[in-house]
Design a protein around this ligand. Structure first.
Ligand code: SAM
Ligand code: SF4
Length: 314
């Protein structure tokens, strides 16, 4: 279960969030930490074992270490991960680890300071690099980097990211650019398929198929012969993995989605606030059964009124 704990963010990545005019949810619309934990607890009855906290930027929500420890104390949950832009991570790393966080994905699309500043609309690369260094020292394992490859923006840096994963135990996940979120920034010709990315890498490195000890998700992963980390490819556009997708997404305002790209959502809040655990469970099962056979990205257009990535939880 991927849980968006907030739809707010301290960056404004061009493909994810608009610069201005972000509509903020009222406090009572957002799930309380106890409500999130209750949903996680109930969902273990239908097999949920792994939780990822995301957003928006999860670390800007207050008391996230407390939420991590509440989830860590939930019976049957055996893996808690975090997806973050890293800005607040260095100052929170120890507390998060102590609370029971298992692993982390840092989003980093470029290793060039001015490009980083551009794509995040003012983010500072040294801050993200510090987050990466702290993650490596924190004992969280594995440390992954999410890199969305966008033609004309960072496709010239694929080998730089490989070098990072070669030299250190860093696991880079190249993600195909999806037509979701700030759709004005997306264009079909900005997509680079993971086959193209892999071909480029194979010119330099021998890739050896590999499974990380935990948290492979939909990525196809490879070690580079002689290297310390790995590279992985997430191919929602060129080769969808919907058949194997077992994810549920919980939005910050309590809606359960079976698919990132489908607008169909089930509101858990009424049952959560006025109903029993059984009522909530019934809705979770309904959301699982409503998972579509496959996403329709590329066939249907993402409308301007669709929820953005930061509102769904990436
Ligand atoms: N703020 C956190 C972060 O950036 O890691 C968590 C939320 S963010 C929405 C989660 C991930 O979604 C990020 O790695 C981001 O790059 C990715 N993402 C957002 N929009 C995307 C798109 N259109 N295509 C592919 N990945 C996208
Ligand atoms: Fe914020 Fe993450 Fe979206 Fe960037 S990708 S705007 S850091 S939520």
């Amino acid at each position: 279960m991927r849980i968006s704990v907030t739809d707010r963010c301290n960056l404004r990545c061009r493909y994810c969030m608009p610069e201005h005019g972000v509509e903020l949810k009222e406090h009572r619309e957002i799930l309380r930490l106890e409500e999130i934990q209750r949903i996680v607890d109930i969902s273990t009855r239908v097999g949920i074992r792994k939780v990822r906290l995301t957003g928006g930027e999860p670390l800007i929500r207050r008391n996230i270490p407390e939420l991590v420890s509440m989830i860590a104390a939930t019976k049957k949950i055996d893996d808690i991960a975090l997806t973050t832009n890293g800005v607040l991570f260095p100052r929170m790393a120890a507390e998060l680890k102590d609370a029971g966080l298992d692993r982390i994905n840092l989003s980093l699309d470029t290793l060039n300071a001015s490009k980083y500043c551009y794509i995040t609309r003012n983010g500072q690369l040294p801050v993200a690099i510090e987050a990466l260094q702290v993650a490596l020292q924190s004992g969280l394992h594995p440390v992954k980097i999410n890199t969305v490859i966008i033609k004309g923006f960072n496709d010239d840096e694929i080998m730089d990211f490989c070098r990072l994963a070669y030299d250190a135990p860093i696991h880079v996940r190249f993600i195909e650019f999806m037509p979701i979120g700030e759709i004005n920034f997306w264009q079909e010709d900005k997509i680079i398929s993971c086959d193209e990315i892999r071909a480029q890498i194979e010119d330099r490195y021998k890739l050896i198929p590999w499974k990380i000890s935990r948290g492979n998700g939909p990525a196809k992963c490879y070690r580079m012969e002689g290297g310390q980390g790995s590279v992985g490819f997430i191919t929602p556009m060129s080769n969808h993995f919907c058949k194997e997708c077992n994810r549920l997404r919980l939005t910050a305002d309590g809606k359960l989605r079976g698919c990132l790209y489908s607008n169909s959502e089930i509101d858990l809040k009424p049952a959560l606030r006025d109903g029993t655990d059984e009522d909530v469970l019934e809705l979770i099962i309904k959301a699982i059964n409503a998972k579509p056979d496959r996403h329709q990205m590329g066939k249907e257009r993402w409308g301007q009124d669709n929820r953005k990535m930061y509102q769904i939880g990436g």
